[in-house]
Design a protein around this ligand. Structure first.
Ligand SMILES: [Zn+2]
Ligand SMILES: [Zn+2]
Length: 249
């Protein structure tokens, strides 16, 4: 479930930054401590933030159990009107393969699934390593994810940015047909799973993003907006809003 009414108004979506990393993710900067994240969210008038530290295979105890328990303790000490969801960027790294147990999944306020961290060692790759091979791999894994009911949203969807063997980072998203996009976004809608506007890849692939957003809107899937913040200066969503609005046309 997403913590707000479904909307296609980017300014509304931008009131909620649902993709923020803390120091529990090794890739986040040391400044990403909860108190300062919340302070920055207040400064830019966000209503909701979701903390989505990485859950990699075998990490579920370290990041999600220990890390999130610590965040919950810290949150008790912070007075704020910002709604703070303690979730995770969890992994669907193959067909029916998830980085976290069902119990850990149940403990999360927001379950944001990555389906394309192909640069990570444990990720499974398709036998056909062409852009079409990766398209079919993502579709198959997402369909199974929706059947499982585990996901609230899909992170940086369809991006080929993490596939080291394909140099053109738009080759994979551009290999999706409109029908395939419509079909997978419809399945997400029926499974109550949102799709993310992840500002980096969204702005980086404007032609694909326009197609993705407009097909999603047509089928009625919910969108979330996330900046994938690893630094405090990426928490403010408003800096990306005009560019996103320009792209969707
Ligand atoms: Zn990611
Ligand atoms: Zn992330």
């Amino acid at each position: 479930m997403i913590p707000f009414e479904k909307t296609y108004d980017i300014r509304e979506l931008a009131r909620h930054n649902l993709h923020v990393h803390t120091t529990n993710s090794g890739c986040a900067k040391p400044e990403m401590v909860l108190r300062d994240i919340v302070k920055e969210a207040e400064r830019c008038s966000l209503r909701t933030i979701a903390l989505t530290d990485h859950s990699n295979l075998g990490d579920e105890n370290r990041i999600v159990s220990i890390g999130n328990a610590r965040l919950r303790e810290e949150l008790k000490e912070i007075e704020t009107d910002v709604k703070v969801l303690i979730g995770s960027e969890v992994s669907v790294y193959g067909f029916g393969k998830y980085s976290e147990t069902e119990e850990v999944n149940d403990s999360l306020d927001f379950k944001l699934y990555s389906q394309n961290h192909y640069h990570v060692r444990f990720w499974e790759h398709p036998e056909d390593k062409s852009p079409r091979g990766y398209v079919k791999d993502m579709i198959r894994n997402l369909e199974e994810l929706f059947r499982s009911g585990r996901a609230d949203a899909v992170a940086h969807p369809f991006s080929g940015g993490y596939i080291k063997t394909i140099e053109d980072k738009t080759a994979v998203p551009n290999a999706f047909t409109d029908n395939e996009l419509g079909d997978i976004l419809t399945k997400a809608r029926d499974a109550d799973c949102a799709f993310e506007i992840n500002v980096g890849p969204f702005i980086g692939m404007p032609e694909f993003s326009r197609r993705y957003f407009n097909i999603g809107k047509e089928v009625g899937v919910a969108f979330t907006l996330g900046t994938d913040a690893h630094t405090l200066d990426r928490i403010d969503t408003s800096q990306f809003v005009d560019e996103i609005i320009r792209i969707i046309g």
